[in-house]
Write a protein that binds this ligand. Structure first.
Ligand SMILES: NC(=O)c1ccc[n+]([C@@H]2O[C@H](COP(=O)([O-])OP(=O)(O)OC[C@H]3O[C@@H](n4cnc5c(N)ncnc54)[C@H](OP(=O)(O)O)[C@@H]3O)[C@@H](O)[C@H]2O)c1
Length: 245
């Protein structure tokens, strides 16, 4: 796999879970990495753990103006941007009848508005570096399950935006792809993991027969970021051990 030395990677939600695993992998390949999230203490701890090549920016990507500020701080700190990983995400499971306007708005602002705004703000820098975007979607985007309509439809929007923006930004030399994780062992899946029946059902429907680990997803992110994937764009790569194939 490519050496990411002298490359700068921005990972939203990079303080925990999949984002943290991706940050760690990019650092191990020589990249400088900016991680973001709302909780400063979490970011501080992760940055300290991963070392000097990691810088953190505290901020809420769902708020107007924050995506622009985060990109600007990345450029101020490291002078360039090569890889944008739109990883920050949120979701609340449950029937639509139990889902408030605030829930819908929060999920769509975090999962759809933020990646679009971040890509828009990063485009000029990615065009300069002939860089790449990796959006973190979900296998739920193409599945048919009750109780996930808001989250899954937000991730379907991410997948489709990935295709559309690959077409729009390709002429600038920017590749846009997505990684769609299956159920992965992180904070966001605490509810599912504590429900033994549901967990068993999901694992039974996963040909590889286990829950995903954050590193499984990070590995797929690095594969797509690699220059050897330079002819791959507009794709959503399922990284779910075969779940919902
Ligand atoms: N784990 C799975 O099974 C799974 C499956 C499919 C897709 N995914 C997707 O994978 C991505 C990463 O999730 P994860 O599993 O690694 O869970 P996680 O550990 O809970 O990570 C989510 C990260 O996003 C950040 N975040 C959430 N809302 C934010 C906001 N408004 N502004 C800035 N940062 C925000 C969180 O930090 P703060 O709370 O500090 O802001 C956190 O670091 C998400 O997009 C998720 O939808 C996960």
């Amino acid at each position: 796999m490519e050496n990411f030395e002298n490359k700068v990677v921005l990972i939203t939600g990079g303080g925990t879970g999949i984002g943290k695993a991706a940050a760690s992998s990019f650092v191990s390949k020589g990249a400088k990495v900016v991680i973001t999230g709302r909780r400063q203490s979490v970011l501080e701890e992760t940055a300290q753990e991963l070392g000097d090549q990691v810088h953190f920016v505290t901020g809420d990507v769902s708020k107007n103006g924050e995506p622009g500020r985060i990109v600007e701080e990345t450029i101020c700190k490291f002078g360039r941007l090569d890889v944008l990983v739109n990883n920050a995400g949120t979701g609340k499971m449950g029937p639509l009848s139990m889902t408030s306007d605030e829930d819908i708005e929060s999920i769509y602002r975090t999962n759809v508005f933020a990646p679009l705004a971040l890509i828009r703000e990063a485009t000029v820098h990615l065009a300069e570096s002939k860089g790449t975007v990796i959006n973190i979607s979900s296998v739920a985007a193409r599945g048919m399950m009750p109780g996930v309509a808001v989250y899954a439809s937000s991730k379907a929007a991410v997948d489709h935006a990935t295709r559309l923006l690959a077409a729009e930004l390709g002429p600038k030399g920017i590749r846009v792809n997505a990684v769609a994780p299956g159920l992965t062992d992180t904070d966001i899946t605490a509810d599912v993991k504590s429900n033994e029946e549901m967990l068993g059902m999901i694992i039974a429907q996963t040909p590889m027969g286990r829950l995903g680990e954050p590193n499984d997803i990070a590995n797929a992110v690095l594969l797509l970021a690699d220059e050897k994937a330079g002819w791959v764009t507009g794709q959503s790569v399922q990284a779910g051990g075969g779940f919902l194939l």
